[in-house]
Design a protein around this ligand. Structure first.
Ligand SMILES: [Zn+2]
Length: 437
């Protein structure tokens, strides 16, 4: 079957044409932020950079970075480029420091975001015939409303269930026969588990074919779990509330990386320590410039997400730059006895290990000046919790696997099925007691 696109002209545009479009848009947006956003004017004046110095996309590296602190310092509306009468919606995400990060959208910004979401839905196999079950939370969080307008832009039917009330979610999935599911990856696993417990025949009573999962860093192993448990194709969708919610990038059936909607959002990778730009296929911090945003345009915004970019061709025919799986946020990285550990490395190992379930929690602490890490993971229902010998052997083998994956030894605690707390929103996988002390 030939690949379907939402916007073939843009999605399959040649690289030279795309770069010309990006250049034209960058020149415009830089002048626009200089004229309309005081913090940008100050940043550029400070380094004696004039909008006219930016002549094309190749000059992007001359521009100053934007960091989360800029957004907090100018809370709530100091980064907006338009008057309040031109804003039509606000989204916000919570920050560890307490103050929210706010993003303002004009109607055109919402249209662009919906278009990017619609392109993603098509990558997940959706069409205007589809029924899209949206179990992301609706509210200041961008997940729910983002996919909602994306589904409507596509001409599909949106089912705005929002998060929570799992029994009702399952009922509606059966009654309405949705073919596309949007939620966090951890909630997808939870839904599958609850359906199995209720004796629902997935594939017969549930007609899902594809799903878009995001808002949490997740692994290929988690994708395989979701695909086999829900009998669907699971797509990875990327977004962040400061830039636009889900739809900034999404992977297609060939899983060669997430197609970045780089006609609207220009990605770069930098070394988070030296701030030097890195080339393709090198892992570093993702930096994004919004090329068309009116409400709150951001120039070289440091996302804290760690990933790489690639320009390798994709058999689907889309020509965008691709984002290779976000391995985690640099904020999420744990430093255990001096070693950098990403929770995603632990997840990969757990999911590749027979006899345990994709429900786990990581506890980090410091005892007698030594960092400790404990991984609490559920055993599969098929493993007997009373077979001490089996459990001891599993624990030992799992501890070995984890140690070779993260280069630090961890304590493994196996618990009964159902005992790790389930999340209906974003799963909280790590508790760092060192920070709480
Ligand atoms: Zn592709």
């Amino acid at each position: 079957m030939p690949t379907k696109y939402f916007n073939k002209e843009i999605e399959t545009m040649s690289r030279p044409e795309k770069e010309a479009l990006q250049s034209e848009r960058l020149v415009k947006i830089v002048k626009y932020v200089y004229d309309n956003v005081k913090p940008y004017r100050e940043k550029m004046d400070a380094i004696k950079l004039k909008p006219s110095d930016i002549k094309g996309i190749g000059d992007i590296y001359k521009l100053p970075y934007t960091v989360k602190k800029d957004l907090r310092d100018n809370y709530p509306f100091g980064m907006m480029a338009v008057k309040k009468k031109d804003l039509v919606r606000l989204h916000a995400s919570s920050a560890t420091t307490g103050k929210l990060t706010v993003a303002g959208y004009t109607q055109k910004d919402l249209d662009v975001w919906a278009e990017c979401g619609a392109r993603s839905l098509v990558m997940a196999g959706a069409s205007e015939e589809s029924i899209v079950h949206i179990a992301y939370g609706y509210g200041l969080f961008t997940g729910g409303l983002g996919m909602h307008y994306a589904a409507e832009k596509l001409g599909a039917v949106s089912v705005p269930v929002s998060s929570g009330n799992t029994a009702r979610q399952i009922q509606l999935l059966q009654d309405f026969g949705a073919d596309i599911l949007c939620c966090t990856p951890s909630y997808a696993i939870y839904l599958a588990e609850q359906m199995q417990l209720q004796g629902i025949e997935i594939g017969k009573d549930i007609k899902l074919k594809g799903g878009l999962f995001g808002a949490e860093a997740w692994t290929e192993e988690m994708r395989n779990e979701i695909e086999s448990r829900l009998h669907i194709k699971a797509r990875d969708i990327y977004g962040l509330s400061e830039i636009a919610g889900p739809g900034v990038a999404c992977d297609c059936e060939f899983k060669t990386g997430l197609h970045f909607q780089d006609d609207h959002f220009y990605p770069e990778i930098i070394d988070p320590d030296t701030l030097e730009p890195l080339g393709y296929d090198t892992e570093g911090e993702v930096v994004i410039t919004t090329l068309t945003k009116e409400g709150m345009p951001l120039i070289r915004y440091r996302t804290r997400d760690i990933a790489s970019l690639s320009l390798s061709p994709c058999p689907c025919g889309r020509t965008s730059v691709k984002l290779n799986k976000v391995t985690g946020r640099s904020d999420d990285m744990l430093i255990i006895r001096g070693v950098n550990v990403f929770p995603s490395q632990i997840e990969s190992t757990l999911l590749g290990f027979e006899g345990v379930e994709p429900h786990y929690h990581i506890n980090v602490d410091r005892v007698n000046n030594l960092d400790t890490i404990e991984i609490v993971v559920e055993i599969s229902p098929s493993v007997s919790i009373d077979e001490v010998k089996t459990l001891e052997s599993m624990k030992r083998r799992l501890a070995d696997k984890i140690a070779s994956a993260i280069s630090v030894s961890a304590k493994i605690t196996l618990v009964a099925p159902g005992s790790v707390e389930r999340s209906e929103h974003k799963a909280k996988r790590v508790t760092d007691f060192r920070k709480l002390k």
